[in-house]
Design a protein around this ligand. Structure first.
Ligand SMILES: [Zn+2]
Length: 297
């Protein structure tokens, strides 16, 4: 979401006539105290009424663009109310390389932790979906773009092991636009093979993995666990791919097709099984779980 303060239309809120007679300072205070009720949609660029967007689970009422949401909001709208129990909360990230780019990794982690209230970009736990037990996980795009470092990889592996041991399906909602977390170097890349191996083991034990792709799911996440679902669902108009379009264009020296790397394109080409609106995600997951033999607890 764009910073609301920069949006066009803000200056038009309230007519100057209504403020006539107030001293300048009072007008500014009044403006500051006013709740900001408008935001600009990234999908259609229209200025839309925020409470209406929130009522629709953070979906644009004009064009159906699905905005990014926090992991806890995702849990709230996907699993049965009050059923989520978080696991593996003791895992927190380290900075094994003492990595520093423009900013030290340690400081970026501390910033992300403060802003999101999360230890790292992934939350995993047990829950119910229409009364059927699952292991449910989500990666949070607000935490260093949801990138997969050691903690995200480890939590996904432990999640699949928990699902295997209990005989539950594993449901994971990816918002990992950052791919692998390069601040952790090879340890981050290793998570690709580690999560893939864990899911292969889960598969050998007959486990059902439903992968839900949201905007954006890219890079090392898409090149490993996110692409390995028995069923792959995606939110509408999500950006899904490995390298960005500019990198591909320059590498293979050719034009790439219109709409490339969207949910719709990938559905048409058989990579995704179904595109699902956010308000339909819980019954859709439940539908596939029943198809694969899940029953109420
Ligand atoms: Zn829109």
């Amino acid at each position: 979401m764009k910073d609301e303060a920069e949006l066009p239309g803000r200056a038009e809120n309230g007519s100057p006539g209504a403020e006539a007679g107030l001293p300048q300072g009072a007008v500014e205070r009044k403006r500051k105290d006013m709740p900001n009720l408008w935001m600009q949609c990234q999908g259609c660029s229209r200025v839309v009424y925020k409470p209406r967007v929130e009522e629709k689970l953070n979906v644009c009422p004009e064009c159906n663009f699905h905005f990014e949401i926090s992991s806890w909001k995702r849990i709230e709208i996907t699993v049965d109310p009050g059923s989520f129990e978080e696991h593996f909360t003791q895992l927190s990230p380290e900075d094994p390389l003492g990595f520093r780019a423009l900013k030290a990794y340690r400081d970026r982690l501390a910033d992300a932790q403060r802003k999101t209230g999360l230890q790292d970009a992934c939350v995993i736990g047990t829950a119910l979906v229409e009364a059927m037990p699952v292991v449910f996980g989500v990666s949070d795009s607000r935490f260093l773009r949801g990138s997969m470092g050691s903690v995200v990889g480890e939590k996904i592996c432990r999640g699949t092991e928990l699902a295997r041991d209990r005989g539950y399906p594993f449901i994971f909602v990816s918002g990992s636009g950052g791919g692998a977390r390069m601040d952790e170097g090879i340890l981050s890349l290793m998570q690709m093979s580690k999560t893939s191996a864990a899911l292969a083991d889960f598969d050998r034990h007959g486990g059902l993995f439903i992968s839900v792709l949201t905007n954006p799911t890219m890079g090392g996440a898409m090149a490993s666990f996110a692409a390995l679902g028995d069923i792959i669902l995606a939110e509408p108009k999500a950006l899904i791919g490995f390298a960005g379009p500019n990198v591909i264009r320059e590498t293979i020296k050719t034009e790439i097709p219109e709409g490339f790397q969207t949910s719709e394109f990938l559905l048409e080409h058989g990579f995704i099984d179904r595109i699902v609106n956010r308000d339909e995600i819980r019954p859709t997951i439940a539908y596939f779980m029943r198809m694969f033999g899940s029953a109420s607890a």
